[in-house]
Design a protein around this ligand. Sequence first.
Ligand SMILES: Cc1cc2nc3c(=O)[nH]c(=O)nc-3n(C[C@H](O)[C@H](O)[C@H](O)COP(=O)(O)OP(=O)(O)OC[C@H]3O[C@@H](n4cnc5c(N)ncnc54)[C@H](O)[C@@H]3O)c2cc1C
Length: 388
Amino acid sequence: MKNEYDVIVVGAGPAGSMAAKFASENGVSVLMLEKDRDVGYPVRCGEAVSLAGIEEFVKPDPKWISAEITKFSFISPDKTEVIIPFEGKGVILERKIFDYELANLASQKGTEILTRAYVNGLLIENNSVCGVKYDFRGKQFQIKSKIVIGADGVESRVGRWGGLKTHSDFRDMESGIQITASNINVDQNTCYFYWGSEYAPQGYLWIFPKGNGLANIGLAITGDIGKKKSALSFLNDFMKNYFPNASVLSSVAGGIPFTPTLEKIVNPGIMLVGDAARQINPLSGGGIVSGMIGGSIAGKVAAHAIKNDDLHKIYDYEILWRERLGKRHEMFNRIKNGIYKFSDEKYDQIAHSLVELPDEKRTLGNVAKKAVINNPSLLIDVAKVFFK
Ligand SMILES: Cc1cc2nc3c(=O)[nH]c(=O)nc-3n(C[C@H](O)[C@H](O)[C@H](O)COP(=O)(O)OP(=O)(O)OC[C@H]3O[C@@H](n4cnc5c(N)ncnc54)[C@H](O)[C@@H]3O)c2cc1C
């Protein structure tokens, strides 16, 4: 290990590994610190992504793909099922292997990686972040860098230490819970989404197949709903009613920020990426691909700023992120605020009108159109997303 690096990345999730890879690839020295013993474990994720989204960064490999998705199934409160062919292709990842692979890509470009390194503070000089303090096997260390990239996930503390406002309104923080279960006899190429007050009020419940009768089954609800009935109780009730013979092989819980990107994701010497910056898609709760995009932009910008000897250039990252996805996420957030508050009757009404459509007209665009018929204020935002 060196005494000083150009860039230190905190957290080796998808966003951190992409930030590290792109910074290394662009010619600066990078150290990535990960608090856990294993990169990619424990997994707190439904593992669903669009293939096109990850192909931008990594060549698909069967060793980290557990199922290929060609259809969506939407189930409304009165159990009307609407099946919609997926125009692209989706995959259910094996995140443990996938995250390893991304860290490996960063390492191949020159990033040094240290696991079991728990960052517990920042070095700050003249109001600018210039390194980190970390614990490694019970000993305390400090290491300097020109830029720190905080990729430390939804519970990020790096941003706060660096003077950024990372607080999200609790109404936008969904509690996510998920199990991986066996004996789940569903179509192995379909992702299922259940809507309504029985399953997950102000959120949704998902079943993502993982091959051989395994599936990730989870749900996300708002903090308000969770105070009355916990996410775990909703999931237990669903499993009892729908899959009484399933065995639970693992379970995870975690916060999902269904919120747009933080107002500021850069301060002197520090940049935030991925969940730490709230780069998650606020409509779906998916954050793997968007975190990778955020990480890739941050890594490139950090390297260019260092090579041009102008650290102020890291502010370009905020602009580039907002152009690429940030503004779109703000729109998704407005759509979410409309759709997630629909009554059971409205979900049923939409489902009924969709099942009447011939197969070729059942597209995600038409789902959105039907969803806004009774909610014209959503129309402009949905139109911008789906029909431009
Ligand atoms: C139940 C659930 C289901 C989900 N399902 C999906 C889905 O199907 N599809 C999808 O796209 N997204 C999903 N998400 C969201 C997705 O998991 C995240 O958006 C994604 O993992 C974000 O990547 P990241 O790199 O920003 O953070 P993370 O993957 O959380 O990585 C952060 C890393 O930082 C490390 N770290 C934290 N603090 C420190 C520290 N102080 N020092 C050193 N290291 C530290 C952590 O150990 C971790 O390895 C789901 C989330 C939940 C909770």
